[in-house]
Design a protein. Sequence first.
Length: 386
Amino acid sequence: MNFSKTILFITHRYEPDLGGLSKSASRISQQLAKMGMQVDVLVLSRDFPQGILQQDPKHHVSKLAVYRMGISSRHTTTMMLALHQIRTMHQDHAYDLIWGHYAYPSGFLACLAAREVGTASTVSIRGNDLDTALFSGQAFSHLLWTIESATALSCVSTQYAQRLRGMSEKIQQVVVLGNATDTDVFAPSPVADKSPLTMHEKPNPFVLGFSGELREKKGLIPFMEAFDRLSRLIPVRALVVGEVRRSDQHLVDRFLEQKEDLRSYLTITGHLDDPVLISEYYQNMDVVFQPSLWDGLPNSILEAMACQRIVLAGQVGGITDVIEHGKNGFLISMAQMSKAAEGLMELFHMSEDQKLCIGQAARRTVLERYSLATETLALEMFVQSL
């Protein structure tokens, strides 16, 4: 199906920026362009001079142009500069739709500009934007105005859709658009060479894995505590494919100061750009432990499941849409986090046949509901409805 719509896609994270928001913004905008729409991406960036708009030459997808605008250290100045830039771009391109990726600032700007110029708007609620704004007065007022003003909303889970509908009767349309992953790249394969882990080996260690940015909301403390408690029961090592958020690095440092004997059995790869290499690391993990305290729908969980890994994840957000406990993975509530090591021990003692059955069901779930092909179909239906 081919669409002739022109879209302005606003985001404050875009590849090569780090994080799931950057990944989803890049993937969705590229999917829209491949469907035949002309997509201009406006990235509010800290890496460019204030107010200066530059086209990013690194992105060479047909019908997709990526522009980065430098933001100010003063938030109000950034918002005024961005609104002016959006007006100017609309004058040049007459957009049919302005898409805000994340409620604030992108979604707020999308709705405000769309109202001014008389075009449609949509806001993609990702999870953290809704979770945190609910408990901040100024942020909540921006959020409420945004969700009531958008022509349509999308979000990554049924839980968030229900919450949005409960917040206001003025909301026009809410559609669940989950994340997606490349199931050709993230697929089961023979165990990769473990030499890149450069760790002192324990005999036949159980590899406890995590992927993404390890930080408070992603369950940094429960992960490290489970690693500690598990190490007293079985030979184990922890593999973090990604990095620790800078503001939370002190938590890891303090843990390792107190547990110096575990330092040699913890590997943190640092940020990796190569999805093939990330997929290879997944093959080394016996269990992927993603103990999120609050979350949307993490790409890492879909990637791990596509690789046929056993996943134990926090019972929050969009994760509960994907994992059916005991069938294609396992869920753990916040109240159970202190007993995560015991749950991991149960997974350690599962038979190989049980692990294979769970892993195959996990991959099947992603193939059927969270592949790039299924996302394309969902996007087509969503855009058609606007």
